[in-house]
Design a protein around this ligand. Structure first.
Ligand code: ADP
Ligand code: MG
Length: 299
C-alpha cells in the first residue's frame, strides 16, 4: 500500500477543511482526486507530502508515518504543488541541477538532470530562463523537479490547470507515461481529465469523501438513473414519491421534471401518470457520465 490516510481531519482555526477523511492508494495506481474548489484537495496533498500537519488522524506513505518520518518520506515522494512555484530567474537546467543538489544525487546529478529534460521534452528550452517559458513548459519543469529523485509516489496538485488545449494533451500524456511505473495521485476539478488518465477516482466535497470508484465503475454508484420528463400539467412531489426508487425530483419550467432514481422506474412513471390522469409528453433517460455524477455528489 503506497498511501494510507486514516480518519484525517484538519482545522484552519475554527474552519474544518478535512473531516475524518480515509482512503488508501495501492502501488502503481493512478488516482484522480476530484472536488470543487475549497473541497480540501490541496490541504490533503500538503499533509500527505509532510508540508502541513494534520489536526488528527494518521497518514502513512510506503508504511512510514508522515508525522514522524517526514524527511524519509520526502525522498520517496515527488510533489508538484498547486500554482507550481518556481524560481523564474534561474535557467531550466540550472534549476533542475539545484533541485538535484537538494536531494543529494551526487555523481548521478548531471545524468538525472539530462534524463528529466529528455523525459519532459524540455530539450529546446533547457538554456532558457524559467520566467521566459510558457505555462505548459513551466509545468514540465515542475514535473521534472518532482521526478528528479525517482520517487515511487507522485502527488500532483492540479497539474494541468491553466494549460492550453495542446499543452493539456501533452502534459496528460506525460503523466500517463509516468503512471505506468509510479503511484500517482493528481488533483483536478476537470472530469475529462480523470476519464482520460485515471484508473480510479476519489471525490471529496467539504472535506469528506463522497465517492471512491474505478472510473469505469462510476455509473454503478447509487442514484444511477436520471430521467427527463415533461407533462401537460404540474405533478406534485407527493405524486412522484409514490414510486419506490425515486430519490430526487427537480421541477423545471413548462411542467418539466428531472428525476433521480435508484432503478429504472420508467414503467412506474407511466403507470403513475395514467392513474393520476396526467399526460406524459416526453420521457428521456439521461446518459450518465462522470461529470453528472460529480455534480450530483458535490451539489
Ligand atoms: P482545494 O484544493 O480543494 O480547492 P483547499 O485544501 O485549498 O481546497 O482548501 C480547503 C478549505 O480550507 C478552503 O475553505 C480554504 O479556504 C481553507 N484553507 C486552505 N488553506 C488555508 C489556510 N492556510 N488558512 C486558512 N484556511 C485555509
Ligand atoms: Mg487546491
Amino acid at each position: 500500500m503506497s498511501i494510507q490516510v486514516k480518519e484525517v481531519s484538519k482545522f484552519y482555526g475554527k474552519q474544518k477543511a478535512l473531516d475524518a477523511l480515509s482512503f488508501e492508494i495501492s502501488d502503481a495506481e493512478v488516482v484522480g482526486f476530484l472536488g470543487p474548489n475549497g473541497a480540501g484537495k490541496s490541504t490533503m496533498m500538503k499533509i500527505i507530502t509532510g508540508f502541513l500537519p494534520q489536526s488528527s488522524g494518521d497518514v502513512f506513505v510506503n508504511g512510514l508515518n508522515v508525522m514522524t518520518h517526514s524527511l524519509e518520506i520526502r525522498k520517496q515522494i515527488g510533489y508538484l504543488p498547486e500554482h507550481n512555484p518556481l524560481y523564474l530567474d534561474l535557467y531550466v537546467k540550472e534549476y533542475l541541477e539545484y533541485v538535484a543538489g537538494i536531494y543529494k544525487l551526487g555523481k548521478n546529478k548531471k545524468k538525472r538532470v539530462d534524463e528529466m529534460i529528455e523525459l519532459t521534452g524540455l530539450g529546446l528550452e533547457q538554456k532558457k530562463k524559467i520566467g521566459a517559458l510558457s505555462k505548459g513548459y513551466r509545468q514540465r519543469v515542475g514535473l521534472a523537479q518532482a521526478l528528479i529523485h525517482d520517487p515511487k509516489v507522485l502527488i500532483l496538485d492540479e497539474p494541468t490547470t491553466g494549460l492550453d488545449p495542446n499543452q493539456l494533451v501533452e502534459v496528460r500524456q506525460l503523466i500517463q507515461n509516468i503512471g505506468k511505473e509510479k503511484t500517482v495521485m493528481l488533483s483536478t476539478h476537470i472530469m475529462q481529465e480523470v476519464e482520460a488518465i485515471c484508473e480510479r477516482v476519489l471525490i471529496i466535497n467539504k472535506g469528506k469523501l463522497v465517492a471512491d470508484q474505478t472510473s469505469n465503475n462510476m455509473h454503478s454508484i447509487k442514484e444511477s438513473y436520471i430521467f427527463d420528463l415533461q407533462f401537460t400539467s404540474p405533478v406534485s412531489n407527493a405524486q412522484f414519491k409514490t414510486i419506490a426508487g425515486i430519490t430526487q425530483v427537480e421541477a423545471l419550467a413548462n411542467n418539466r421534471y428531472q428525476i433521480s432514481a435508484t432503478s429504472d422506474v420508467r414503467e412506474q412513471i407511466f403507470q403513475m401518470a395514467v392513474s393520476n390522469n396526467l399526460v406524459l409528453l416526453e420521457m428521456k433517460s439521461q446518459e450518465r457520465n462522470l461529470e453528472s455524477i460529480f455534480h450530483e455528489l458535490t451539489r
